[in-house]
Design a binder for this molecule. Structure first.
Ligand SMILES: [Zn+2]
Length: 179
C-alpha cells in the first residue's frame, strides 16, 4: 500500500507554508531555550537554533574543539577522522537529530520519516537501525513506523534541484521579511 503520511526532513528547508511561509521550521527551535553564542549564529540571526548544531560548520567546530581534529570541510573531516573520532561525532549528532525527529513525529504523526543531509551521510544505515527504536520509544504512541535515511548521491538530479530551489525560495523570503 502506498504511504499516505510521510515526513521529509533534510538539513535545509521544509515544504509547509503557514501564514508567512515559515511553518515547519523545526531547525529554528532553540536548543534548551538559551541564547548561547558558543557555536555561532544561525543565518536567521538567533543563537542556539537546532539547525546551528547540525550545520556542517558546527560539526567542524565540534571536531576542532572537542576532538582536536581540524579540517576545512566535512568530506575531509570524515575521511581523516579515526573510528573513535567518528563515533564521537555520531554521538554528538544523534542527540540533536533525535530531538528534531521526536518534535517532527509528535507534530505530524507520519507513517514514515525520511531523513537526509550531508552531515549524516557516513552513518545512514546506522541511523536507520539505531534511531528508529529510540524514536519509537520516545515519541507519542510510538511514531513513526518506519525511518528511511537517504544519501544525496542516491537522489535524482531533478529531486536535488527541487530541494535546492525550495531552500533558495525560503531563504529569499526570510531575507526580505522585515516585520
Ligand atoms: Zn535560526
Amino acid at each position: 500500500m502506498p504511504l499516505k503520511y510521510f515526513l521529509f526532513l533534510h538539513d535545509s528547508h521544509g515544504f509547509l507554508q503557514g501564514a508567512r511561509g515559515f511553518a515547519g521550521e523545526i531547525g529554528h527551535i532553540p536548543w534548551h531555550g538559551s541564547q548561547n553564542a558558543s557555536w555561532g549564529k544561525c543565518f536567521c540571526g538567533r543563537y542556539d537554533c537546532l539547525e546551528t548544531y547540525l550545520s556542517p560548520e558546527t560539526v567542524l567546530k565540534f571536531a576542532a574543539h572537542e576532538l582536536g581534529i581540524v579540517q576545512p570541510g566535512l568530506p575531509e573531516l570524515y575521511a581523516a577522522a579515526t573510528p573513535y573520532q567518528m563515533q564521537k561525532i555520531y554521538e554528538y549528532l544523534i542527540s540533536f537529530i533525535k530531538f528534531a525527529c521526536v518534535v517532527a513525529a509528535n507534530i505530524f504523526d507520519p507513517e514514515m520519516l525520511i531523513l537526509g543531509g550531508k552531515v549524516i551521510e557516513p552513518w545512514i544505515k546506522r541511523f536507520e537501525k539505531e534511531l528508529l527504536p529510540e524514536l519509537r520509544r520516545t515519541t507519542w504512541h510510538n511514531s513513526p513506523k518506519k525511518l528511511k535515511c537517504y544519501s544525496m548521491q542516491n537522489c535524482s538530479s531533478a529531486y536535488g534541484s527541487a530541494l535546492k530551489a525550495a531552500a533558495e525560495a525560503v531563504t529569499a523570503i526570510v531575507g526580505s521579511y522585515t516585520e
